[in-house]
Design a protein around this ligand. Structure first.
Ligand SMILES: [Zn+2]
Length: 340
């Protein structure tokens, strides 16, 4: 099969990879319906925090089960399934507490390379969630979004304790931030302030339920949020970038007693201790336990209540994956769907 492989900074190639086969008896092999490029793929693409390639790319996936290992009980060939970026057993105490992304046996799916037509999924029974039937083609982008960016935005809103009547600030206008807006709307937030300076992203934020747009960032952005919240800051703030500036912008935009849900993969973030002490905010985040939310998210998509697939504003064949990485890196595309 062909698959996307990262050789080094800015160097993605689509080349022949070995077809995946069952390795452990708890594995499943999927024939993927579509794949996509994640904002977090841009970190290694830019040469940040990664070992030299070549390495297969991609950790978001939906598709039809082709084959299962002899110990797989619940997932059956022919079913359409959605998984997330960590495989998990869904039986250990950490999974039972709802933190499947930190399962005692968590397996990073990125290492297996989902930007390809076939994928091996370890711990299939714990990892995969089947849809009620084979979905129509038009629903596939939304189900693919559930695999990571929707699940991550949802966790961010949950971690930020979003709820009815609350004011929510979203720092970051990538796919995760935009779907954090959608999640906040679903969770009943009264006011949703999206921080963005790109008109196409602002438009999508408003379509997903944002009530206000703030274009200022850093200290000016914080001042604007304070102005809009009687000088208090917001009750709930979603951080979906992972830089020093965005993290401090999120903490400083939160009122004492409020909650920050942070899901941007942090790079070089250092929070000053005394400022954290004085801020008196709840901080909760990390790699999203998407598996916890998949049944709920699939149900909402199936009923047509949410349409998160709108975050894909570029579609390319897998063979042009390198163009997709470039477009996302240059922020010409919010998120690129790869057809297989
Ligand atoms: Zn587990």
């Amino acid at each position: 099969m062909k698959g996307a492989v990262l050789y080094g900074p800015g160097d993605v190639r689509v080349e022949t990879r070995e077809d995946p086969t069952i390795v452990e008896p708890t594995d499943a092999i999927l024939r993927l319906s579509a794949s996509c490029i994640c904002g977090s793929d841009l970190w290694p693409y830019r040469g940040v925090g990664t070992s030299p390639g070549p390495r297969p790319m991609g950790h978001e996936y939906v598709g039809v089960v082709e084959e299962v290992g002899r110990e797989v009980r619940n997932i059956k060939p022919g079913e359409f399934v959605v998984g997330s970026f960590f495989a998990s057993d869904n039986t250990c105490p950490i999974c039972h507490a709802g933190y499947q992304s930190r399962c005692v046996d968590a397996r990073p799916m990125g290492a297996l390379g989902a930007q390809a037509p076939y994928l091996r999924v370890p711990l299939a029974d714990g990892t995969l969630v089947a849809t009620p039937e084979i979905p129509p083609d038009a629903m596939i982008p939304s189900l693919l979004a559930a695999s990571d960016v929707l699940g991550t935005g949802w966790f961010a809103a949950d971690a930020a304790a979003v709820g009815p009547g609350k004011t929510v600030v979203v720092v970051g206008d990538g796919a995760v931030g935009l779907l954090g807006v959608l999640a906040a709307k679903q969770m009943g937030a009264e006011r949703i302030i999206a921080m963005s300076r790109h008109t196409n992203r602002q438009r999508l934020a408003l379509a997903f339920g944002a009530t206000d747009i703030v274009t200022e960032r850093g200290d000016e952005g914080v001042a604007r949020i304070k102005e809009m919240t009687d000088g208090l800051g917001a009750q709930s703030v979603i951080e979906a970038v992972g830089t020093q500036e965005s993290m401090m912008q999120a903490i400083r935009s939160t009122r004492p007693g409020g909650h920050v849900g942070f899901v941007g993969v942090t790079h070089g973030v250092a929070i000053p201790g005394l400022e954290l002490f004085s801020a008196e905010v709840h901080l909760h985040g990390g790699p999203a336990p998407v598996r916890r939310y998949l049944p709920t998210l699939i149900d909402l998509i199936w009923k047509g209540e949410i349409d998160p697939g709108q975050v894909f504003d570029q579609t390319l064949p897998l063979g042009q994956a390198a163009d997709g990485y470039r477009a996302m890196d240059e922020r010409r595309a919010i998120k690129t769907l790869l057809t297989l």
